[in-house]
Design a protein around this ligand. Structure first.
Ligand code: TRP
Length: 467
């Protein structure tokens, strides 16, 4: 019997999980959702969801993992509820699909780093041509997946823990440095005002909906990534308290990323709601105006940071199917890591080709009676991120409350935290799990499924009621 590898220290566990949480979702997704969602009011809602919805689910995932010392599928079997292993199976699929496109976007970030190092600032204007260049995107994705597999193959303590202990502090220092620099630019304060002064008149139900989705994705929930990481945590760790630290790091980095992006955007007089292009299409232009040397340094450092943040997340996404292959199919870690990575790369090929390279994939399918065909990548995002994750989260909450039950959850959370039982945090977690999480995730599922697959825009209908 192989002894299960564990995180060696509390800080190692917190940094690895924070590394999973902090990713493209924070540095790329969060600012652009804030921009589209009207600024600070979005930020406020995001924070609320992190604490009332995400934190309790995070703690449940940790508890299930640590209790069973198993992968996301095996954990449900080990608890004695084999019927519920479908949650873990959905998670393994979600991991493969999310990683298949996440790795492609990470590869763009890495590719931008290489371009800016060479002084090619016009890459921002050729964003579309860049993503359509399948040879380049394909080889960059291959390299990025290789880096991910390399870390995962080395194992939990020697690979994941060591890599995140180096990458996370570096990431943090670089972001703080970039924020300080951004603040010195003309019009920086206008950007900060947009970002930090809430205007609740801009808030619609859709804003609330996207803040929730953003929070859930950002904390890596709903697919057993944190069950898997929880299975590597030692029994003397305080799960509830570590969870708070992880949420704070994640929120803190997303927030700090905004402090850097909005001054850049307003300095150039660009609209803050640039969407997905906010970073790739507009920032290189911003960097070019900083002068050739400073522009290259700041720009290269920025895209390198984005690549680092993505790397600690791709590692956690890969670890979910890899842990499954190791624990359930009894294959050794090296082969499991490289084999799964290759599979995910192959699954990602249509996604790589769907950003302009192959027209049939770029306009692939019209969902829910819509006239507009979305790309293969958008289909995967809709299916894995927007459907599988809330579904997984919903079932995890229901499982914890009605099947595994509060007593067992509390018993596991008390291990490493003798005061937990009967504490305020225990009451808070139990309350949210029973009344907040299933309701919110259930509503999200109804809205998402009716909109994506049946073309019924419930949010618009509800907004019309209030208009
Ligand atoms: N949280 C990461 C981000 O914000 C992405 C991520 C990594 C993830 N692992 C996950 C999302 C597991 C959902 C589930 O970029």
């Amino acid at each position: 019997m192989v002894i299960r590898d564990h995180f060696n220290s509390r800080i190692g566990f917190i940094l690895a999980t924070a590394g999973s949480a902090v990713g493209l979702g924070n540095i790329w997704g969060f600012p652009f959702s804030v921009g589209n969602g009207g600024g600070a009011a979005f930020v406020v809602m995001y924070l609320i969801f992190c604490f009332i919805l995400c934190y309790p689910i995070m703690v449940v995932e940790f508890a299930i993992g640590r209790k069973t010392q198993k992968d996301a599928v095996g954990a449900f079997v080990a608890l004695g509820y084999g019927k519920w292993k479908f949650i873990g199976i959905m998670g393994v699929f979600a991991g493969v699909f999310i990683l298949s496109f996440y790795n492609v976007i990470a590869a763009w970030a890495f590719g931008y780093f290489l371009e800016i190092v060479r002084g090619n600032f016009s890459i921002g204007d050729s964003f579309a041509a860049f993503t359509a260049d399948w040879k380049r995107v394909g080889s960059l994705s291959f390299i990025f997946m290789g880096l991910t597999a390399f870390i995962v193959a080395r194992g939990v303590s020697a690979g994941i823990e060591v890599a995140t202990k180096i990458l996370m502090p570096t990431l943090f220092l670089i972001i703080v440095g970039l924020v300080i620099y951004a603040f010195t630019l003309p019009n920086a304060m206008q950007g900060i005002e947009f970002y930090l002064v809430p205007d609740f008149s801009n808030v619609t139900i859709s804003t609330v909906y996207s803040a929730l989705g953003q929070a859930f994705f950002s904390l890596s929930l709903g697919m057993g990534a944190l069950i898997t990481y929880g299975s590597y945590v030692q029994k003397n760790q305080n799960l509830a308290r570590s969870g708070v630290a992880i949420v704070l790091v994640d929120v803190g980095i997303a927030f700090t990323a905004g402090l850097m992006i909005f001054p850049f955007v307003f300095y150039q007089g660009l609209p803050p709601n640039g969407g997905m292009g906010l970073i790739f299409a507009t920032l290189p232009g911003v960097f070019s105006t900083l002068g050739s040397i400073i522009g290259i340094v700041i720009g290269a450092v920025f895209f390198l940071t984005l690549s680092f943040a993505a790397l600690t997340s791709t590692v956690s996404l890969l670890e979910v199917p890899v842990a499954y292959v190791i624990d359930e199919l009894k294959i050794d870690r090296t082969r499991a890591a490289w084999g799964t990575a290759l599979l995910v790369f192959i699954v990602g090929i249509p996604t790589m080709l769907s950003q302009g390279a192959v027209p049939e994939l770029s306009q692939f399918i019209a969902l829910g009676g819509s006239q507009v065909k979305i790309s293969f990548m958008a289909l995967v995002v809709n299916f894995a991120n927007n459907t599988l994750l809330p579904l997984g989260g919903f079932f995890i909450a229901v499982f914890a409350v009605y099947v595994w039950r509060k007593e067992n959850l509390n018993a596991e959370l008390t291990v490493g935290d003798p005061d937990f039982s009967g504490s305020l945090s225990q009451k808070y977690i139990s309350f949210c799990l029973r009344y907040v999480c299933p309701v919110l995730l259930g509503l999200v599922l109804i809205v998402t499924i009716s909109q994506t697959y049946f073309g019924l825009n419930l949010l618009e209908k509800i907004e019309a009621l209030f208009a």
